[in-house]
Write a protein that binds this ligand. Structure first.
Ligand code: PBG
Length: 320
């Protein structure tokens, strides 16, 4: 009866697995604050994407960790940069499994942001404001995002995902993709992205060099109307999908965005949400499987069509 009456269900096809690929790595490197997750080598990324394809996931979201960082994040749009290499590998791995199984594999998505590529760790390029402070230069950053998105599309990304919260990023990326002929590449906009302590473990995952914080461009957790407004702006700029993040602390915003969006709505269950459940479960303080399933079900119940979660493969296995 509970099964029959359930309003919300989890499907593998609704889940997207975030994956990290690091340049110059010889063995996969465990991420200490995210037990069970690793920084991949190019070879282990291929296997991980193949596993995601066999699990029937809807997508994979790739993050690249370059060997060299600089002020403008030049590795981010290098045609041979680590993220572009990872995208090519992921597309090959998906195609191989599609050939084996005859079923459609996961969509290959790429994070379109500079923080993994800059030596200061900010999501954009910096400038000095009139008061002498170092700040992120919104419009100069947009040019970098446009170049990154095109490089990612050339490498085979089917979805680019601007996550830097610069104003106008969706419109600029859409134009750049269209001008380069990539009219079919979709934009998944991180629309309502809060400045959050829950991204902490992600800093380990990408060896982040962040100096300062991201509060000048990511949103204040105090605000929910602002999240709706950010989503409206991205929809007007042509986003093909909008995202709310972190998921677990923004379920109200997620519901609000889902109620007004006419495109699919995604939510990102972030590194800190993952780490909390893993840590409590490791102590025997919480039922791991129950907590994982409940947390993702709640995100879907709040209105997410698509959930990015580090547990995607495992959940797909459980619900098979
Ligand atoms: C930016 C980006 C971040 C995450 C996804 N994309 C870090 C940030 O904005 O500080 C965080 C994801 C997570 O914590 O799991 N490239």
């Amino acid at each position: 009866m509970r099964r029959l009456a359930a309003e919300t269900r989890l499907h593998a096809a609704d889940l997207v697995l975030p994956l990290f690929v690091k340049e110059g790595l010889s063995e996969p490197a465990p991420i200490a604050s995210m037990p069970g997750q690793v920084q991949h080598t190019e070879a282990s990324l291929r296997d991980a994407v193949a596993d995601a394809a066999r699990a029937g996931l809807g997508g994979v979201m790739l993050f690249g960790i370059p060997a060299e960082r600089d002020a403008t994040g030049s590795a981010g749009d290098d045609p041979d940069g680590i993220l572009q290499r990872g995208i090519r590998i992921a597309r090959e791995a998906v195609a191989a499994v599609e050939g084996e199984t005859g079923r459609p594999g996961p969509v290959v998505m790429a994070d379109t942001c500079l923080d993994e590529f800059t030596d200061h760790g900010h999501c954009g390029v910096l400038t000095t404001d009139p008061a002498g402070e170092q700040v992120v230069d919104n419009d100069a950053t947009l040019e970098r995002y446009a170049a990154m998105a095109v490089a990612q599309a050339r490498a085979g990304a089917e979805v680019v995902a601007p996550s830097g919260m610069m104003d106008g990023q969706v419109a600029v990326i859409r134009d750049a993709l269209d001008d380069a002929g990539f009219t079919d590449v979709s934009v998944l906009a991180y629309s309502a992205k809060y400045a959050s302590a829950f991204y902490g473990p992600f800093r380990d995952a990408v060896d982040s060099a962040l100096q300062g914080d991201r509060r000048t461009y990511q949103m204040d957790a105090a605000n929910s109307r602002e999240g709706l407004r950010e989503a409206d702006l991205d929809l007007a700029e042509g986003a093909d999908m909008v995202m709310v993040k972190p998921a677990g602390t923004s379920l109200d915003v997620l519901r609000g965005v889902a109620d007004r969006s006419d495109v699919p709505v995604a939510a990102y269950q972030v590194s800190g949400e993952y780490a909390m459940i893993e840590a409590a479960a490791a102590h025997g303080w919480i039922d791991r499987r129950g907590a994982v399933l409940e947390s993702v079900l709640a995100i879907k119940r709040a209105g997410a069509d698509v959930v990015l979660t580090y547990w995607a493969n495992e959940i797909a296995e459980w619900i098979k």
